[in-house]
Design a protein around this ligand. Structure first.
Ligand code: HEM
Length: 155
């Protein structure tokens, strides 16, 4: 991959892109019978903002979640004990994909594969971390995701 390859964060339209998409996502969550109860019916502005900050860092943007919001350990503490079911996890991923469309994020296959690959990975970890497993990883850096095998097609 050349040095000119943009980060996923840049390709998404930076913070504004993730804000639009995650706002659309949490609006869908609030109307979803399976997921709304996990968030006690409402997703606060602060939660939306903080999760945007997480996604921006993961996708190659500023490391503000690590530096200001408590990093991996804080995220982990929020999922602990939620007992996320397989059905809830799948719905969460589906709504993330739907929200990316609603928000008009770039729809090239490479970008969508990158963010949905992370969604699949992240939700599986979140579900595991929400269980009663005794080998949950307590400390880790906030992940940094990449394009994998398919960086943007730039002829
Ligand atoms: C890619 C997958 C996921 C990511 C990146 C993610 C990210 C986060 C982050 C960063 C926080 C903490 C926000 C803060 O700083 O306060 C959080 C909290 C939370 N997450 Fe997730 N999460 C994921 C999957 C899930 C799933 C699958 C569920 C449930 C179905 C879930 C439910 C929650 C809830 C209920 C909270 C606490 C909300 C609150 O404090 O108001 N998350 N998530």
């Amino acid at each position: 991959m050349s040095d000119e390859t943009p980060t996923i964060y840049e390709w998404a339209g930076e913070r504004a892109g993730f804000e639009r998409s995650l706002d659309a996502f949490y609006d869908l969550v609030e109307d979803d019978g399976l997921l709304a109860p996990v968030f006690e019916g409402q997703v606060s502005e602060q939660h939306r903002r903080d999760v945007v900050t997480w996604w921006c860092e993961v996708m190659g943007g500023p490391a503000d979640y690590t530096e200001v919001l408590g990093g991996y350990e804080h995220m982990l503490s929020k999922h602990r004990g939620l007992h996320i079911t397989a059905e809830q996890r799948l719905r969460f991923v589906t709504l993330l994909s739907q929200a990316a469309d609603l928000a008009g994020l770039p729809d090239d296959p490479e970008f969508r594969a990158a963010i949905m690959g992370y969604a699949e990975w992240g939700t599986r970890l979140a579900a595991y971390n929400s269980s009663d497993a005794t080998d949950i990883v307590e400390h880790a850096p906030v992940p940094r995701w990449g394009w994998g095998v398919a960086p943007p097609y730039q002829p």
